[in-house]
Design a protein around this ligand. Structure first.
Ligand code: NDP
Length: 310
C-alpha cells in the first residue's frame, strides 16, 4: 500500500491530511455565497460535518433550492453580516461587482473570506482590506464530485492558500474548511499553494492542456473518418466506450508509464515506437505563449473588458 504521508514528506509543497486539521476553529456561522455547482456541494457537506451554515443569494431558483435543502437563506449582504466565515462561490467573472456592492460593505475585521479560485485576488480584480483574513480552499473536483465523494466517505484533493493572515490563524481556518467540505476524508489531501499558483495553473489547464487535447482528439477523429472508417465506430473506439476515461483514471492512480502494463504488448510496442512522431516543438511553443499571457496578466486584462464578459 502507498504510504501517502511518507511521499508527502518528500515533496516541495506542504501536504496536509485529516489529522492535521481541526473543525474547532469553525464554531461560528459560515455563509456560503452562491448556491451553484460548488456552493450547493460545499454548503451541504459543511452542514453534514456539523457546522452552522447559512446561504447568501439573490431571490430566485437557487434561493428556493437552498431552502428546500433545509438552509436559512438571506440576501448576500445580510448573510455576510451574520457570518464569521464567508465562502465566495459565485462565478469568478461576477465576483468583483458583487464583492464591491454586497460583500465589502458588510466586512468587519473579525471575518474570514474564503475563495475557491485564486483568480480575482491574483489579477487584482478584487482587493481585500489587509486586516481581513483571506484564504483559498479550491477543490480539484467539480461540485457534483465534491458532494458525491462526501456521501461515499471518500476524500478528494484540494489546494489551500493564504493571502491575508490578519488573525494568525488563517491557515488553520483554511484547513478546517477543507476538512468540513470532506477533502481530507480517506483518499484525499490538501496541498498548500499560493493564490497565484492556483490561478495560473488553473488557466494553464483550461487554455493549454484542455484545448490542445481537444485538437488531438479532433485530428484523430478526422484522420480515421477520412480513411473511410464509419464515424460511429471511430467515436466508440476513441472515447465513447469509456475505455479512454478508464485509462485516464489509471494514469492518475498508477502513473503514465506504470499503467502501460495494463495494455497488451502490441499496444505497448506500438505506442512506444510511434509516440515520438507526435512530439511537436510548435505545440510546446504555443503552450509557452499562452502561459506567458496568463502570467503577465494580459489574458486577465482582455477577459475583464466588458465585451468579453459573456
Ligand atoms: P456557478 O456558476 O455554479 O454559480 C452559480 C451561483 O452563482 C448561483 O447561486 C447563482 O445564483 C450565483 N450567481 C450567478 N450569477 C449571479 C449574479 N449575476 N449575481 C449574483 N449571483 C449570481 O459557480 P461555480 O460553483 O462553478 O463556481 C464558484 C467558484 O468555485 C468559482 O470561484 C470557481 O472558480 C470555483 N470552482 C469551481 C469549480 C467547478 O467545478 N465548477 C471547481 C473548483 C473551484 P443566482 O443566479 O440566483 O444569483
Amino acid at each position: 500500500m502507498v504510504d501517502s504521508k511518507n511521499i508527502a514528506n518528500e515533496l516541495k509543497t506542504p501536504v496536509y491530511f485529516d489529522e492535521d486539521t481541526n473543525l474547532d476553529v469553525l464554531k461560528e456561522s459560515i455563509a456560503v455565497i452562491g448556491y451553484g455547482n460548488q456552493g450547493r456541494a460545499q454548503g451541504l457537506n459543511l452542514k453534514d460535518s456539523g457546522l452552522k451554515v447559512i446561504i447568501g443569494n439573490r431571490r430566485d431558483d437557487y434561493w428556493d433550492l437552498a431552502e428546500a435543502d433545509g438552509f436559512q437563506v438571506f440576501e448576500t449582504k445580510v448573510a455576510v453580516e451574520k457570518a464569521k466565515v464567508i465562502l465566495i462561490l459565485i462565478p469568478d467573472e461576477l465576483q468583483p461587482s458583487i464583492f464591491e456592492e454586497h460583500i465589502k460593505p458588510a466586512l468587519t475585521k473579525d471575518k474570514v473570506l474564503c475563495f475557491a479560485s485564486g483568480y480575482n485576488i491574483t489579477f487584482e480584480t478584487i482587493t481585500v482590506p489587509n486586516d481581513i483574513d483571506t484564504v483559498l480552499v479550491a477543490p480539484r473536483m467539480i461540485g457534483r464530485g465534491v458532494r458525491e465523494s462526501y456521501l461515499k466517505g471518500k476524500g478528494f484533493y484540494s489546494f489551500i492558500g493564504v493571502h491575508n493572515d490578519a488573525s494568525g490563524s488563517a491557515k488553520e481556518i483554511a484547513l478546517a474548511i477543507a476538512k468540513g467540505i470532506g477533502s481530507t476524508k480517506p483518499g484525499g489531501a490538501v496541498l498548500e499553494v499560493t493564490f497565484r499558483q492556483e490561478a495560473e495553473l488553473d488557466l494553464f489547464n483550461e487554455q493549454c492542456f484542455g484545448p490542445a487535447f481537444g485538437q488531438v482528439l479532433t485530428c484523430a477523429v478526422d484522420v480515421a473518418i477520412e480513411a473511410g472508417y464509419p464515424p460511429e465506430i471511430v467515436l466508440l473506439e476513441l472515447y465513447m466506450s469509456g475505455e479512454f476515461a478508464y485509462t485516464a483514471e489509471m494514469i492518475a492512480k498508477m502513473g503514465t508509464l506504470k499503467q502501460l502494463e495494463l495494455h497488451s504488448p502490441t499496444s505497448q510496442y506500438g505506442s512506444m515506437s510511434r509516440g515520438m512522431r507526435y512530439a511537436s516543438p510548435e505545440l510546446r511553443e504555443a503552450m509557452q505563449t499562452s502561459l506567458k499571457e496568463i502570467q503577465d496578466g494580459s489574458f486577465a486584462k482582455l477577459r475583464s473588458l466588458p465585451q468579453n464578459l459573456d
